[in-house]
Design a protein around this ligand. Structure first.
Ligand code: SAM
Length: 291
């Protein structure tokens, strides 16, 4: 028997939602002065806001090289770089997946014994560095290829990879990822063991198809795809509710959100894949290519 069997998950988010739901029903019954409702909402808020910092502090810390790259990412003047034309988009340090997720992708790479990794959308290379530090030496086949639109980001990351002693395991291919993936296929690049997709969200569907059809991920290999719970939008099944979300929370791009709603539906139904959507940060989908 196959399909989805829902076993209720006991998670921090479930606790928070129970608290909010109980408090809300009291408030809706006109008991707005009930102090327990306020306390429940405060507890819910604490749980919701503590989750990500707690995950960070109870997971392995970043290596010295990764800490220094994260610091440089945080301290960079992204507004100035965009004005100078060095970056296509107005970027921010928050575009980095950060130490926790970078380390998670690296754990996966190590656990599956990956030697060859492809990253689509590098930014300041924090995940790239976390992964490359754990790959086998270049002479044993360890290699990460990162695709990135902006060549300037290559200059930004280079000294960090050199200092970490990993420059020989790293190749950057600049330009639009669609073209770069075509180039990799044309030059007969050996299939990768792990592919991390984290570039423009409206491109995900195309990148997934190109990688699968172009044979860039080996059979048995793993995709990790970032932002698949994009700010919570895919959790709202009605488009009218999602529109309310876009209107009420800053920083949610409707085209990105809708692209991820579609992407999640497509991969969940792809019978060449085994798919687990993990609530890691903004959602991380783990896809095993089985055919
Ligand atoms: C969210 S950031 C990547 C973060 C990075 N993977 C990490 O783990 O920290 C997305 C990156 O994708 C790049 N990007 C956007 N559109 C792209 C495209 N069409 N082709 C290649 N890269 C693109 C952006 O320039 C940006 O650096």
């Amino acid at each position: 028997m196959s399909g989805h069997v829902d076993i209720p998950a006991e998670t921090p988010l479930l606790s928070a939602s129970k608290l909010v739901s109980s408090a809300l029903s009291k408030l809706q019954q006109g008991q707005s002065t009930d102090p327990s409702a306020l306390k429940q909402l405060q507890l819910a808020l604490s749980i919701l806001t503590s989750l990500d910092p707690y995950l960070d502090t109870h997971s392995s810390p970043a290596s010295p090289a990764l800490s220094s790259l994260l610091k440089a990412t945080l301290e960079e003047d992204w507004t100035a770089r965009h004005k100078e034309g060095k970056t296509t988009f107005p970027m921010a340090a928050g575009w980095s997946a950060g130490a926790y997720e970078g380390n998670f992708v690296a754990h996966v790479a190590r656990s599956i014994g990956a030697k060859r990794v492809l990253e689509v959308g590098m930014f300041t290379g924090t995940t790239t560095l976390a992964v490359v530090e754990r790959l086998p030496p270049a002479k044993e086949g360890g290699k990460i290829v990162a695709l990135e639109l902006d060549a300037w980001l290559g200059d930004f990351v280079k000294p960090h990879f050199e200092r970490a002693g990993c420059a020989d395991k790293f190749e950057l291919v600049t330009g639009p990822a669609k073209q770069s993936l075509d180039e990799l296929t044309k030059r007969g690049e050996e299939p990768f063991d792990l592919v991390f997709i984290d570039a423009d969200k409206t491109g995900y569907e195309g990148y997934f198809k190109q990688i699968m059809d172009g044979g860039l991920l080996r059979k048995g290999g793993v995709f990790l795809v970032d932002n698949t719970l994009y700010k919570g939008a895919p959790l709202l099944s009605k488009q009218s509710d999602r529109k309310d979300l876009y209107g009420s929370v800053d920083g949610i791009a409707e085209d990105n959100a809708e692209a991820l709603v579609r992407f999640n539906d497509i991969v969940a139904k792809d019978d060449r894949c085994e798919v687990t959507l993990l609530p890691v940060r903004d959602g991380l989908t783990w896809i095993n290519r089985v055919a």
